[in-house]
Design a protein around this ligand. Sequence first.
Ligand SMILES: Nc1ncnc2c1ncn2[C@@H]1O[C@H](COP(=O)(O)OP(=O)(O)O)[C@@H](O)[C@H]1O
Ligand SMILES: [Mg+2]
Length: 426
Amino acid sequence: METNSEIFFETLVEGLNIGVIALDADLQILHWNHFVTQRTGKCLDDVRGRPIAKVFPETNNERFHKMIELVRSKGRHVYHHWLELSHLIPLRVESPDGDMLPLHSTLLFPYDHFGGVRRYGLIMYDTGAIARSSGQLEAALVALSKKQAEQDQLIRKLEAANSQLLQSEKLAAIGQLAAGVAHEINNPIGYVLSNLKTLDGYVLDMLRIIDAVDEVASLDELRQVKRALEYDYIREDIKALICESGDGIDRVKQIISALKDFSYIDEEEFRPADLHRGIETTLNVVNNEIKYKAEVVKEFGELPELECIPSQINQVVMNLLVNAAHSIEQFGRITLRTACEGDWAWFEVEDTGKGIEKKLLNRIYEPFFTTKPVGKGTGLGLALSYNIVQKHNGRIEVHSEVGQGTCFRVWLPVCQPTALTGKDAK
Ligand SMILES: Nc1ncnc2c1ncn2[C@@H]1O[C@H](COP(=O)(O)OP(=O)(O)O)[C@@H](O)[C@H]1O
Ligand SMILES: [Mg+2]
C-alpha cells in the first residue's frame, strides 16, 4: 500500500513540467515521469533496467561521465548548463510558438534509496527563454561595441577635421593680417614717397640758390633768387615733410614689429608675456579693420606677466576686435579693459554694436556658425578662440544686449599648471 506521502510525491513528480529520471548506481533507468515519456515517445516499461546511454544514443557521454565522476566523488549535485556547447541529453520541448526545442539544462544529483542504496536523479528543464534573451543580450552587446568602435572612429575623424579647421582659420587669419598690413603700410609709404619727391624738388631749388652765390653780381640779386624760389616757404615745408616722413617710417616700423609678434602663429610654448603689449600689437595689426568703425578706448589695469602662448592670445584678441568692429554698423566705440583678480587675469572687448540675440548666444562658439554674408565670415573665429582659451585653462564669458552691444571677457590663469608647461618635467 502506498503511503500518503508517496502518493503526494508521485503526483507532484508526474505533474511537473520538467523531466525527472531516476537511475541506479550503474546508470540504468529505474523510473521517469510522464513528461519524459511524452517528450521522447518512449515507453517506460520498454526502457526500465536499460543503461541510459543506450536509451539515448545521442547523449553526450564524455560529459555525462565527467558529471557522474564529480557527483560520485563530491557526493553532491552537478549542473550541465545551457551555456555549455551541447546538450547533455537532448529532450525536446515545445516553445511558445509551437517549435520543438531541445531542453537546455540538466541537473544530476545523488540520493540514497531506502537502505542506503545509491541512486542518481536526473532533472532536465527548459532554459530556452533565458538562452534566447541571453542571445539577444549578446547580440545587443556586439552591436553596442560595433557602435562604440564606429563612434571612436568618428571622434578621430572629428578631431582631424577640427585640427584642419583650426589650421584653415589660422590661414584665414594670416590672410586677413596680410591684407590689413598691406593696407596699413601702403598709406605711410605713399606719403613718405610723395614727400621724397617734393623734397627732391626743394633740394634742386636750394642748390640753385647756393649755385647763384657764385653767379650773382650783388647780394640783392641773390635775395631776389631766394624770393623767386620761395625760400621761406621751402624752409618751413622741409621741416614739416621730414617730420611727417619720420612719423610714417615709425608707423611702418611699429607694424613690422607687431607683425613679428604675430608671426609665431604655430608657436606652442607657454612663456610669461605682457598681455598689454599683445593687445597693443594686435591693435596695430587690425587698425585698418577698426579705425573707420570705432574709436578705441583703453582702460587697462595692473597686470603681471601671464604664462601663455602669446601669438595665440593675440589671435583671440584679434578675433574679438574684428568681431566687435563688424558688429558696429556706422561708427561706435570699442572699449578694451584688463584687470587681475588673485591668480586670474582677464581682458574684455566691449562694443557698442548690434548685439547678439539670446537664442544665438549658445551657438556662437560652434565652428562655421556665422550670421555674416558669405565671404565676410568664416564662423571659425570664436571656435578657434574658444579652443585657444581652453588650452590655456581659461574661460570666455559673453554678455550681450540686442541694440546695445556685446562684451566678451576672457579669463586666464596667471600661471599654468606645471604639467602643461613642462616646467618641472625634467
Ligand atoms: N561682438 C559681436 N557682436 C555681435 N555678434 C557677434 C560678436 N562676436 C561674434 N558675434 C556673432 O557670432 C558669430 C560667430 O563669430 P565668429 O566665430 O567670429 O565667426 P564670423 O566672425 O566669421 O562670423 C558671428 O557671425 C556673429 O553673429
Ligand atoms: Mg569673427
